[in-house]
Write a protein that binds this ligand. Structure first.
Ligand code: HEC
Length: 199
């Protein structure tokens, strides 16, 4: 995110002088575009709140009890916290998903898989990912996705086998016998935040 921010800023600063005013006005007044922008903005806000909450939960748990204790915190708190996290917004459901998931409850559905696979292809082709993407599942449901990239701290629990503490592996094996969420490297696509919004 830190890397993308300056590029975004540059785009915001440069774009106004280059854009086609007429086309822009037409686009802005199109109700579908207005609605899409509204949903994207709401999705972004919810994801930011959740990402901050989960990030501090993780850092605190690691600082206080080390990675092995933190696994239990992730297991007990991250899921329920995510599920109930809609910031008080009606018709909004937040979750995390991944092609290589740890908790089977986070397995992707067909649409999730399509988005994640297309991002994976983009990364493999050397392209960067969009900060957010929106999909319409049906007339009443829109889903905003945000890529989750793997950072150094995540290697404690999602890195290669040899990067995991033996004690931690034991806990993970017990809690998640079907764990697919190991073997990641920094910069890999770990998964996505997903905000489902129903009218
Ligand atoms: C202390 C160990 C630990 C660390 C460090 C950790 N995770 Fe996890 N992660 C877990 C556990 C445990 C789960 C399963 C939670 C559950 O049962 O809902 C999980 C689940 C996830 C999921 C949900 C999808 C799935 O696989 O079930 C994502 C996405 C995720 N982690 C991303 C990250 C990212 C990104 C980082 C680094 C910023 C990170 N994790 C750091 C332990 C960890």
């Amino acid at each position: 995110m830190n890397v993308r921010f300056p590029a975004l800023l540059v785009a915001v600063l440069i774009l106004p002088c280059c854009r086609n005013e007429v086309e822009e006005t037409a686009k802005e007044s199109d109700p579908a575009t207005v609605e899409r922008d509204r949903l994207m903005a709401m999705g972004k806000e919810v994801i930011q709140e959740l990402a901050t909450t989960l990030g501090s939960l993780l850092n605190k748990a690691i600082a206080e009890g080390g990675p092995v204790e933190a696994v239990k915190v992730c297991q007990l708190k991250a899921g329920p916290m995510t599920k109930s996290f809609n910031g008080g917004r009606e018709g909004v459901n937040v979750s995390r998903t991944s092609l290589k998931y740890r908790n089977p409850q986070n397995a992707p559905d067909e649409l999730d898989r399509k988005v994640l696979e297309s991002w994976q292809h983009e990364l493999e082709a050397g392209n960067s990912l969009p900060p957010l993407s929106i999909e319409l599942r049906d007339e009443d449901t829109a889903i905003v996705y945000k890529p989750i990239m793997l950072q150094a701290v995540c290697l404690n629990c999602h890195g290669a086998e040899e990067q995991l503490l033996p004690e931690l592996k034991t806990v993970l094996d017990e809690l998640y016998p079907q764990d697919k969420a190991r073997g990641f490297k920094v910069g890999d696509l770990r998964g996505a935040f997903r905000v489902e919004m129903t009218r």
